[in-house]
Design a protein. Structure first.
Length: 173
């Protein structure tokens, strides 16, 4: 069971069904998870969360659809886009912080060749990867070797964006 201490008690991650439970100090003790230095203060209301529960990575600004209504103004790849190793180092830090979920989006995340490598690394580090994609790149050739096995083994939540409904690339908003 993955959990994290907080000033008020802790956060527990359930696998099935998937949810995060915010519980008090007594309940953490009842679960046999021990005490935390964060509990040295009597005031359980002090402080914010020790870390985010979920972090969103826009792993690319590239998206060939270039929808006119895109809130990210996605289209061209950013010249300063992080490489694979940089994302892995960032995931190392987030894992140390005991972040629970990592959302991978864009732009169109599937326009990066290393999307599944990054997602797999996140999973290895104990982070639950969530993918946010438009669906436009999920062809049978990609889906069967990559996407479908990923759905079965690694993903917790799939969001297929519907933002292109009613618009075609090049339409005016
Ligand atoms: S598919 Fe999504 S990310 Fe790509 S341009 Fe359209 S709204 Fe933006």
């Amino acid at each position: 069971m993955k959990y994290r201490f907080e000033n008020f008690g802790g956060i527990i991650a359930s696998q099935a069904p998937p949810f995060l439970a915010f519980v008090d100090r007594d309940y953490m003790r009842q679960l046999g998870l021990g005490d935390s230095p964060l509990w040295d203060t009597e005031d359980e209301s002090v402080g914010l969360l020790s870390a985010p529960t979920e972090v969103h990575f826009a792993i690319t600004n590239k998206c060939s659809l270039k929808c006119p209504h895109c809130y990210m103004a996605a289209g061209q790849k950013d010249e300063k886009e992080m490489d694979t190793d940089s994302f892995k180092r960032a995931l190392d830090v987030l894992a140390q912080m005991k972040v629970f979920h990592i959302a991978l989006g864009g732009g169109e995340a599937m326009e990066r060749d290393d999307l599944f490598e990054i997602a797999k690394y996140a999973k290895q580090k104990g982070l639950v990867p969530n993918l946010t994609v438009s669906g436009a790149k999920i062809t049978p050739k990609i889906a069967y070797p990559n996407f479908i096995p990923f759905l079965h083994r690694r993903a917790r939540r799939i969001i297929v964006s519907d933002t292109n409904n009613g618009f075609l690339p090049g339409d005016q908003p």
